[in-house]
Design a protein around this ligand. Structure first.
Ligand SMILES: [Zn+2]
Ligand SMILES: [Zn+2]
Length: 374
């Protein structure tokens, strides 16, 4: 029987507060659970939206949902990983048995997906506590911590020769952006793609579009530094969203037709209408940025019918995590997806609040918290 351990973790005690890094007790993994010593955790806008209250999740909780590390201990009945193995953590621990899992859409698992923000593991258990009080988990993971106890289904085994700081990003941003292009839009070679937002998700979409053989990849972002990075990792063009230049540029590139694929990664619903506008007739608009809980989308009614454009969401890049995450890391290892370019800077766990400040100030493609595991 494995003992519990004490770890340092960043706790959100209540919305609208900074995170506090404190000593937390981590109970041993129960049946079907795994303890992972984390090496890295990406800083994602979804955590921030929970900190501000825009995406509510119960508190006090340990935030973080984009992590990778090394398996340290396994609970009863765990068979798919063993201590020493490298894993990316998936925030949809899919059950493998429901209609969605059965039909190849495990990201929509009817067991895991609806409970994403419930603040527990799949069983309802909580393994974290602070001064004797149980803490909530976040997105089944809680990766702003030196170690986690997660469901076996959250552990995606990966090759052990890629940096875990890069692997961590595959646990959210990379899979979301890459999968939106490859799995959801199914972009064809020669297509024109437009990507709104050039943060970690948008840049991953840019890389995926380039890798998939897009002829033109237009990255749209208000920040010059992000537009520059987008051009370095695969965009053929970059545009500032202000002033109507995007529409003119896309029209110019496509002989007036519009883009085949448009990705909205910023989570701003007003951009969906613009994304709709720059898509060609029959084109596909994929929304991946999660907006505030009460946000709505307004689209032009006549064009919705007449132009047969497909407007769809994509959760977690519509991924089959066990297939897609190792595959993405193979492409990185082969030099075909420059995922390391997403890591703008790293932070110690104690610096996590400045990481969020930098993210909100637009300074980061991705900030990564470096943790103790390796
Ligand atoms: Zn995320
Ligand atoms: Zn399922």
């Amino acid at each position: 029987m494995t003992d519990g351990i004490n770890i340092r973790a960043a706790v959100l005690f209540a919305p609208d507060q900074a995170l506090r890094v404190v000593d937390v007790a981590l109970a041993p993994p129960g049946p079907g659970e795994v303890r992972v010593r984390l090496a890295a955790s990406g800083i994602c806008a979804s955590d921030w939206h929970t900190m501000t209250g825009a995406i509510p999740s119960p508190t006090p909780s340990v935030l973080g949902h984009e992590g990778a590390g090394v398996v340290e201990a396994i609970g009863e009945g765990v068979t798919s990983v063993k201590p020493g193995g490298h894993v990316v953590l998936s925030w949809v621990p899919s059950c493998g048995r429901c209609r969605y899992c059965e039909s190849g859409r495990p990201n929509l698992c009817s067991v895991a997906a609806p409970a994403l923000l419930a603040g527990t593991l799949v069983s309802g258990a909580r393994r974290l506590s602070y001064e004797g009080e149980a803490l909530y988990h976040y997105s089944f993971l809680s990766t702003f911590a030196e170690a986690v106890v997660v469901d076996e289904a959250s552990c995606i085994p990966i090759r052990d020769d890629v940096p875990l700081s890069v692997a961590a990003l595959v646990g959210c941003a990379v899979m979301t952006g890459f999968g939106a292009v490859v799995n959801r839009a199914r972009l064809e070679p020669g297509a024109t793609a437009v990507v709104f937002g050039a943060g970690g998700v948008g840049l991953s979409a840019v890389m995926a579009a380039r890798l998939s053989g897009a002829r033109h990849v237009v990255a749209v972002d208000p920040l010059a530094s992000k537009r520059e990075l987008a051009l370095e990792v695969g965009a053929s063009h970059a545009a500032d969203p202000s002033g109507g230049g995007v529409r003119a540029l896309v029209a110019d590139l496509t002989a007036g037709d519009g883009a085949d694929v448009v990705i909205e990664s910023a989570g701003r619903t007003e951009l969906v209408a613009e994304a709709f506008e720059v898509a060609r007739r029959g084109g596909t608009i994929v929304c991946v940025g999660i907006p505030a809980a009460d946000a709505t989308v307004v689209l032009p009614g006549p064009a919705l019918v007449r132009h047969e454009k497909i407007v769809t969401g994509s959760l977690y890049g519509s991924c089959r995590a066990r297939t897609d995450m190792p595959r993405v890391l193979d492409l990185y290892a082969d030099g075909r997806l420059p995922l390391d370019r997403l890591v703008t800077r790293t932070y110690e766990l104690d610096e996590i609040n400045s990481g969020f400040e930098d993210m909100v100030a637009g300074k980061l493609a991705r900030g990564v918290v470096t943790l103790t595991g390796s």
